[in-house]
Write a protein that binds this ligand. Structure first.
Ligand code: SER
Length: 337
């Protein structure tokens, strides 16, 4: 049997680069990538083919490809989406819809469900104020689905679109002979931190930005208050979760959207750990009201019981292991600090 053909959109992004490396390491895949940008050197040799350009227009190129799985990572993140709302909606919603239509078409035509992996986000939640956020603690998938941001609205709606295309498309599930539909699965990610890449346009970016700046001995002014708490995760755990969910047999899954959690820290706790590791770090707090508001609307932490029970999810990195076994050793090599 030949390699399984897979598509990774947004391949140049943080998750994209790490996922392409993860798939290549696992082996057995013919990896087709797409992005607005040319592939960076880190993954250039790992992709069999790269389609560069605006996904909304490029999807038609993919109708002849026999994809077993689609990892649709292309997105405009939460801070950027607030200043370019229309563009964000086009990228986040229209791009996803075009790809879901492709997955639905191929699933029906070849009688085999195309697996569609979608990264959703803690931005799909919206806590009304800080008191409720504190009171709610770890939230379940069905709670507080009232996002405050364009990005969060886009992610929540695309989760629903995924359910529609995989179960009810055209109400054809009611036909005497319903078609084979695609197999949609979504993970709501916390803030992700990589030792190798930096995010851009997100609002959880203060975590990774602070750590990368501290490691280089550069000053950092954090755009949220010290007491701001959300959940974070090491990039290798994020990749592990995508691969795990993509490999789980359909019959084990009773849900479509899953929280995953690793560690929840305040911005002040990040600062303390950064200063301990890099005593020359200069970290100050100068909250930006709008970005602060976004993070205040995200839950302190999420409950990932469904992922743990249905597909065996468990992170490798808690806060201590994240710093000691992953981030600090890698970042010291990178910045020679
Ligand atoms: N990390 C993303 C952001 O900050 C949320 O998924 O936009």
């Amino acid at each position: 049997m030949g390699d399984k053909q897979v598509l990774v959109t947004g391949a140049c992004g943080e998750i994209g680069q790490a996922l392409v490396q993860g798939l290549a390491k696992r082996g057995g895949f013919r990896i087709v990538t797409s992005d607005l940008m040319p592939l960076p050197d880190s993954i250039k040799s790992l992709a069999a083919e790269h389609v560069q350009g605006d996904l909304v227009y490029k999807v038609k190129n993919f109708y002849d490809y026999d994809f077993e799985m689609i990892f649709h990572l292309a997105a405009s993140l939460s801070s950027k989406a607030e200043v370019a709302t229309e563009e964000a909606h086009r990228i986040n919603v229209e791009g996803t819809m075009q790809l879901l239509m492709l997955a639905a078409y191929r699933s029906e035509k070849y009688g085999k469900p195309v697996r569609f992996l979608f990264p959703s986000s803690i931005a799909a939640y919206g806590m009304p104020d800080r008191a409720e956020k504190k009171k709610a603690g770890r939230v379940m998938e069905g709670e507080w689905n009232t996002p405050h941001t364009m990005y969060g609205c886009n992610k929540l709606y695309c989760e629903k679109l995924g359910v529609y295309y995989s179960r009810y498309c055209g109400q054809r599930h009611l036909d005497e002979h319903p078609p084979v539909m695609c197999d949609f699965r979504a993970i709501r990610f916390p803030g992700l931190i990589s030792a190798f890449t930096l995010p851009s346009g997100g609002t959880s970016d203060y975590g990774p930005e602070m750590l990368h700046q501290a490691a280089q001995g550069k000053p950092y002014s954090c755009f949220v208050r010290e007491d701001t708490r959300i959940s974070f995760m090491a990039m290798p755990d994020a990749i592990k979760s995508i691969l795990m969910l993509s490999e789980t047999p359909r019959e084990k899954l009773n849900h479509t959207v899953y929280n995953i959690a690793a560690f929840a820290l305040t911005a002040g706790e990040f600062r303390d750990r950064a200063v301990k590791a890099f005593p020359k770090a200069q970290i100050t707090f100068e909250p930006n009201p709008r970005r602060q508001g976004i993070v205040d609307s995200w839950p302190e932490d999420v409950d990932d019981t469904l992922a743990r029970t249905e597909w065996g999810w468990k992170p490798d990195y808690n806060a201590d292991r994240f710093f000691d076994d992953y981030f600090l050793p890698e970042i010291r090599k990178r910045y020679r600090n």
